[in-house]
Design a binder for this molecule. Sequence first.
Ligand code: PRP
Ligand code: URA
Length: 209
Amino acid sequence: MGKVIIMDHPLIKHKIGIIREESTGTKEFREIISEIAMLECYESTRSIPLEDVEIQTPITKTTVQRLAGKKLAIVPILRAGLGMVSGIQTLIPAAKVGHIGMYRDPESLQPVEYYCKLPSDIEEREVFVVDPMLATGGSACDAIRQLKKHGCQKIHFLCIIAAPQGLERLQKEHPDVSIVVGALDDHLNEQGYIVPGLGDAGDRIFGTK
Ligand code: PRP
Ligand code: URA
């Protein structure tokens, strides 16, 4: 079973508390989503392999450790996942970015894929799939299925808020994926929104409501 990390950190709790508030505006919401994504990225990259490299400091020769030339990619699920990309790029500037476009049909809550553009060598990359909301889990599961079809083998999923049923479904359908969750909420309401949640993440990031 892939590892699941529920972020238990005062900074994340504080930041999630702010974005849950209805009165928080688009600018602050977007900035905080990016900051949380950066903190989650820090946590999820703990196991990335390192290699020893000999260098010369101003004082002496020594051995330092560098990332072992591993290729990485960030794949946001459009739209809301876009809000997490900049925070991750702050820590991994060389990562390539792919995009998977998906929306939830408001009646059936089933994900509908409308776009997919991935780096040509995606199968060689360790992939960080990002989406702030894991509700029923349908969008994340389909996006990860699509990446596996393209040959991806090492996949992480990072979200800000998860509902228990979405997390359970993701673990069941993709037990090999490691998951980082900012906060695990209580339940989904009848419209498929996470409770207490933060509302529609895409609308709040892009100011469309
Ligand atoms: C939201 C969210 C996820 C999805 C989660 O996207 O960003 O992609 O819902 O729900 P699920 O786990 O039940 O699939 P939405 O469909 O609202 O599209 P948007 O990002 O374009 O607004
Ligand atoms: N998508 C969102 O943006 N918010 C939710 O609460 C559930 C799905």
